[in-house]
Structure formats: structure tokens, C-alpha cells
Design a protein around this ligand. Sequence first.
Ligand SMILES: Nc1ncnc2c1ncn2[C@@H]1O[C@H](COP(=O)(O)OP(=O)(O)O)[C@@H](O)[C@H]1O
Ligand SMILES: [Mg+2]
Length: 369
Amino acid sequence: MLNDNQNAAFGLEGKTLKGTWFVNKRVDKKPHGTGGFFSVCYQVENIQTGKKSFLKALNFAAFFAMHNGSGKNITEIIQEQTNAYQYEKALLERCKDRNLNKVATIIDEGEEVLSGYIIPQVPYMIFEIADGDLRSRLIDLADNIDISWKLRSLHNIALGLQQLHSVKISHQDLKPSNVLIFRDGETSKVGDLGRSLCQDIAAPHDNGMGGFAGDSTYAPPEIFYGFHEPNWNKKMQQVDLYMFGSLACFYFTTITLTSAIFTELDPSIHYYNWRGSYEEAKPYITDAYFKAFEQLRPYFEKNAALIELLVLIKHCTNADPTKRGLPTKSNHALYFPFEAIISKLDLLTRKAESIAVYESMKSSRSFTK
Ligand SMILES: Nc1ncnc2c1ncn2[C@@H]1O[C@H](COP(=O)(O)OP(=O)(O)O)[C@@H](O)[C@H]1O
Ligand SMILES: [Mg+2]
């Protein structure tokens, strides 16, 4: 395995790339949670405009570490990772061309060649710089963030997913480290399309059996049981709805829904013991799912808007993937469920804002009594 000194991705500090981007400093990994393993990140500055941006360099060494002992040779690994990088770039270019404003899109890209390293090439992408990701916001600030900010942020993320769906991209890896916060919390955007699927560009990570390549910590339960939805639109909705609902849960509990479900499941039904289909396991998963929600409920009971949010989360994360989405009046799941979710979240944000105004008026009145 390469150490950091032998890895060109760690050697960009102080360089000027493409005559435009001065590489200021490396951005350290956050101590908590997942994400960021496959990239080395830097803060960069456009020397013409002085504007700060964010650079993500492909970290080949992380892939060698991952494949250590797998029998793959270096050339194969480099080829695979180059394909993955080109794929992510193609999706990002599409988002940029369509001006998707709730998806963290690319500003520039390139490849720097640094002499003196075993692998001298460092492919990189440059993005608008965020304040950070959701982990730092939620975990570092703990309970001090108001409910309406969280709901507005979720509303932005639902918009981001809908924008991606409109250009035939299914995110598939929504989780706290892939939610980016911009302009002092004013806007939240969906980031990291590295594990996404696209209807008309084959993903290098798609193994043809459902193609889920996101972080399994946040994956919908059926993925663990080999459930395979052949219809592309349905697959896109089912996975992204679950991951969105699960993320919404995380905003208010910092608990991961998938682990909450598996904790409630009898070990004999766990995927590593189970020999049957997801269909056969579903009644048990559904039971565990309801028990998980009993644990989560108290976090949502403190506010009327959150009680409604919990209902929405349940619609998004139904243990039966075919039943995810908000029901219409005729009780069928909507074909474009994110539209309904976006309107509902807009409404809930306003509701939470007016509750907050009322509460603060009440407390200032009792203070002046
Ligand atoms: N535009 C950005 N501005 C600031 N920080 C970012 C930006 N994009 C990503 N990050 C940070 O870098 C981490 C890794 O980036 P990400 O795109 O998720 O790559 P990876 O594939 O390595 O997970 C994110 O979790 C986030 O903390
Ligand atoms: Mg990530």
C-alpha cells in the first residue's frame, strides 16, 4: 500500500493548476461518520477572481488499499477508477448544462501530473465551495439548529433529487456526508454523484443485478436480500425515496433508519442468515420497521410540523419498495412522488416557522409580565 508521501493526490498544496487554480490547503477529513475515503480534498482559489472553490482529487491509493489481496492488478484498478471518474464527470457535466441549482455541480476539471510519484497523474474536479456537509452541521451543532432550517434544508434536497431524476439520474447514495450546505446554511444541495445510476449512460459500478453501489449503512432493506427491480423509473424512485426518508429521519434523530430496522429484526431473518427471497422476508422486515418507528417517534412529537413529517417519512420508506411515495386520493403511489413531497415540505417549513414565531411571542410576553 502507498503511504501519503508516495501518493501524488496528497502533493497538490502550493501548486497552480491550469494557470488558474492556486491550491491553498488540504481539507482534513471529518472525524465522524463515512464519506470522503476515495478523494483527497483541497481549498483552491481562482487567481484571476480570488474566488475560493473546492477541489476533489481522485485518490488511487485508497482503491489499492480496498483491493489489497483481491487479485486485481494495478493497471486494472487504475482503469476501473479512471472509468468511475469519467462517469461521475459526465453526470456532473449534464447537471451543469441543465443548470440544476440544488445539485453541487462542477466548475472545472483537469489532470495534474506530478513527477516523483509512483502514479504521477492526479485527476481532479473543482466545485463551488460549501460551508461543509450535513454531518458538521447536525453533529457539531447538535440540538441548536431550529426545526424550520432542517425542514427547508430537506426541501432543498428533495428538489435536488427531483432535478436529478428529470435528467435521468438516480442518486442512490444519499446520506449526511453527501448533503452540502452553502452560504451560511441558506441553501442545501445534493453532492457526490460517484455512486449514482443514469438511465442512458452505463455506470461502471452497475453489476446488472440492481446496480446498488451506495453506502450500505443507509441502503434500503430489500437491497440486502438481493431484491432486483427491473424497471428503471421504479428503481430510481424506490431507492431514492427510501434514502430521502431515511435522511429526513437522520436530520431529527441522528439515527440511521436502516440500522434501527435491523436492530429490531430477529437474527434468523437477518440477510446473512436468510436463504429466502425479500418477498418472504418482508412481513418480518415490516414488523421490525414498525418497531423501529416506535423508537423514533418521541423525537418527532415535540412539534406539530414534525408529526406530519413523520407520516411523510413513513410513506417514503415503506418496507415494501413498491408502496413508497405519497398516496394520491385513489390511494396509488404517485408516478413523480418528489413533486408531492416538495410541496408538502414547503408547507411544513412554513408551519414550523409560524409555530416558532408564536412560541417566541409567547415567551417574550411572559417575560414582560
Ligand atoms: N463543494 C464542496 N465544498 C466543501 N466541501 C465539500 C464539497 N464537496 C464535498 N465536500 C466534502 O468532501 C467530502 C467528500 O466529498 P464527496 O464528493 O462526497 O466524495 P467521496 O466520493 O469521497 O465521498 C464530503 O463529504 C464533504 O465533507
Ligand atoms: Mg461522499
